[in-house]
Design a protein around this ligand. Structure first.
Ligand code: TRP
Length: 334
């Protein structure tokens, strides 16, 4: 508890171009709950190098992502927005936690199995211990809640297991975090194949709306979205393309599917798709404008990056020193 508020930690990787799915499924959610918590929102660049990255590209994307956090509405005075790699405690705690994590439990992680299959030529130890670094991220700040997508739930479970294991040996050192899965309905699917999640790495650029797409592109992509021949705007599993467009429409305008069904009752797909496009533009355009303003203000962004890294270091060091003492590292001489 800090200032009477519970602590929230979450992070996102700066790989690929962020999509509307990332925004509606994660960022928008982060913004809506930020005021209730003492928050730490990290750009987890250390996780990114578990697969090969182009250094210049990674640096650029990390800055873009950090800027997007702010453009999406997270006030960097109130929310600690920072790069994971700027706070050395993440790596230091991860090492200690590695010694409290079993090979067996790590090898059961579905994300590891998926990524190992995808990057068969580079199954490095970092990819294997990725969840331990994630546990360190969360436990360093004594986070009570961690908003993540459903795909990260297993990593939250192992984080809790590691924390409880450590606590059972050394006493109450870590807060046991709760996973916070955002509202369902915000899972956005590909516009070209509604059985697949909208993804940063989709080969078909028409399947995803990117946060930086201009209004014309957004409207065109919505118009081309794959639907069906039912010719009714109904929210049901049998019409996955239309269902996805309703989800997008509702998430953008904070409506519920029944409202959308009523609004478009008796109307054609052309009109509905145009409205979805407008809804997306109404959300993304202001975000893009704020992004452009922030990008112009290099000094301001640099000061946010510096100040928040210091703030994160301050809080994380409190936990780190306690842990180091518990495991028996010699006291620092001051
Ligand atoms: N693994 C998460 C993802 O890919 C990102 C992440 C890293 C994270 N550390 C975290 C999320 C800590 C929440 C808390 O989405």
């Amino acid at each position: 508890m800090l200032d009477g508020k519970k602590t929230l930690f979450s992070g996102m990787q700066a790989t690929g171009n962020l999509t509307l799915g990332n925004y509606l499924g994660a960022l928008k959610n982060w913004v809506s709950i930020a005021d209730e918590y003492q928050t730490f929102y990290s750009v987890v660049d250390m996780h990114s190098i578990t697969v090969r990255q182009d250094p210049a590209e990674l640096r650029k994307r990390a800055r873009t992502l950090l800027t997007l956090y702010i453009a999406a509405g997270l006030d960097p005075e109130k929310n600690c927005i920072y790069y994971q790699s700027h706070v050395s405690g993440h790596a230091e705690l991860a090492w200690i936690l590695n010694c409290f994590t079993y090979m067996g439990e790590l090898s059961r992680m579905t994300q590891f199995k998926d990524k190992a299959a995808k990057h068969a030529d580079n199954i490095n130890a970092g990819l294997f211990t990725y969840p331990v670094l994630m546990a360190a991220d969360i436990l360093l700040y004594q986070a009570d809640v961690v908003p993540v997508g459903i795909d990260q739930k297993q990593h939250l479970e192992i984080t809790r297991d590691i924390a409880m294991r450590f606590n059972s040996v050394y006493g109450d050192v870590f807060t046991i975090p709760e996973v916070y899965i955002g509202k369902s309905g915000a899972k956005i699917m590909s516009l070209q194949d509604p059985s697949k999640k909208m993804s940063k790495s989709d080969e078909n650029p028409n399947g995803s709306i990117y946060l930086m797409d201009d209004p014309d592109t957004i409207i065109r992509k919505c118009k081309r979205a794959v639907t069906d021949s039912e010719a009714v705007v109904r929210y049901r599993e049998e019409q996955p393309g239309i269902k996805n467009l309703i989800d997008i429409y509702c998430a953008c305008l904070d409506k519920i599917p029944a409202e959308a069904e009523r609004e478009f009752d008796g109307k054609g797909y052309g009109e509905f798709k145009a409205a979805v496009g407008e809804a997306v533009v109404s959300v993304l355009k202001p975000l893009q404008d704020r992004f452009a303003d922030l990008t112009k203000n290099k000094d301001y962004l640099d000061s946010v990056i510096k100040n928040n890294a210091e703030k994160a270091a301050y809080f994380s060091n409190k936990t780190l020193r306690k842990v180091q003492k518990k495991v028996g590292f010699p006291e620092r001489i001051r």
